[in-house]
Design a protein around this ligand. Sequence first.
Ligand code: HEM
Length: 508
Amino acid sequence: MSLLKDFVVYLCLSPTTLLGAVAFLLVFYLVSNTFTSQEVGKAPPGPRPFPLIGNLLQLDLKKLDVSLWELSKKYGSVFTVYFGTNKVVVLAGYETVKEALVSYAEEFGDRDITPIFYDAHQGHGILFANGESWKEMRRFTLSTLRDFGMGKRLSEHKILEECHHLIKVFESYKGNPFNAAIPINHATSNIISAIVYGSRFEYNDPRFKNMVRRANENVRIAGSASIKLYNMFPRLVRWIKNRQLFLKYSEMNMVDVKEVILHLKETLDPQVCRGLIDCFLIRKQKEEESCVKDTHYHEKNLVSTVTNLFSAGTDTTATTLRWGLLLMAKYPLIQAQVQEELNRVIGSREVQVEDRKNMPYTDAVIHEIQRLANIVPMSIPHKTSRDVTFQGLSIKKGTTVFPLLTSVLHDESKWESPNSFNPSHFLDREGKFIRREAFMVFSAGRRVCLGESLARMELFLFFTSLLQSFRFTPPPGVKEEDLDLTPGVGFILTPSPHELCAVSRKRF
Ligand code: HEM
């Protein structure tokens, strides 16, 4: 209903016009009932849509993943909903999501590029791109990230260096309550900076601070109700404030990225790759020299790829870490068990990725944080690349598809206690770590998260280094049970704004 209210406000409708519109919708609804019953029998079922607004009245856009999951209980694991006139097929439950993304990887593997992301990137880069250009950018980025040691020692060194900087910031609060969102975002953003540019930024560098702030703001704006409206009715509501703001921030970040690229270009040594940008520039030069036709190595692809890596790789990891610290403060016994394992396995020396295999409990806790935090609840929308018959239902080429990760990470047939924080989900009877097939936080198939191994390494090293140095508690006067786990609304699910105390463990 709130979306309808927004819509009315945006269009400045008078009560009479509104009444007329409702009467019009009602008549169409009744008429459309006759049409839907005559529709091709094999299309995925779903609630009957109103004309123009589709199923908006049946959905809570602030908790869209939850309301879609509710609908799946009535309409099955493959069903249709209409956002305005846009048809979306929703995939729910582990078996269905896995079958679609893995067994039908080609058919379900295109990205649905919504108008707001098309405006910002025009189909360039990785996140919001398709076809040959996407394939080449994804391949290039993956192999370059591997060369730069994604998931290996080189990134381990960079992450540990960043842990020291972050710990210093936490120490500066001397155990008093503070909001860790910005320092954590700066730390994870610096890991991408080191890989992409070849160097990190100081946390007080004004350009860096602005870039991270704008990228964060855009993640929030992209998930707002008004941007959802714009994506549904792009011609009707082009002028909304949030769209202008989103594009302004994107543009400003791209200008900053272009300046850094220019500087790197001027100091480029073709024999040495300082970071991903250097590798791209060297490749671009080679393709130009050999007159490669229709090369994908052009500036637009470089700028969009770089901004994609920042937006996909900063907020996701930072948000997961924030959920982790919040959950540790809420469940002090679990925090104490992690710290007991840290004391026993590592003591006071620096943590290493190698330690993970000897720390099953901590590994299980990190996995459970990711499962419960469920930060990308509907993945990033996909699109069918061709007509497909899936589970006996026909879905047309170009249909938007939501792989509902919430329904996988809370699938009652896969998790013993899907709605509670229970690290035992990832432990066997002897306390050894076990993988779970329904742990699909990075999605699966052709579009699976490109930064998965980097993110896993970051989460382990940041989380363990922070818990080695600090005990996290609620601010004085706040009880553990009062810490709020309700997520804020945005493109990803973030914890609501909160403060915690980072109490130095050296004092104990
Ligand atoms: C905890 C951290 C992270 C989580 C939970 C996460 C999750 C995801 C998810 C669910 C997707 C969508 C997959 C799909 O479309 O089905 C995705 C895509 C992507 N992620 Fe991550 N991600 C994380 C960290 C990172 C990092 C650190 C990077 C950067 C190196 C990264 C780069 C990307 C890119 C570029 C894509 C787009 C892939 C494509 O469209 O081909 N992510 N991620």
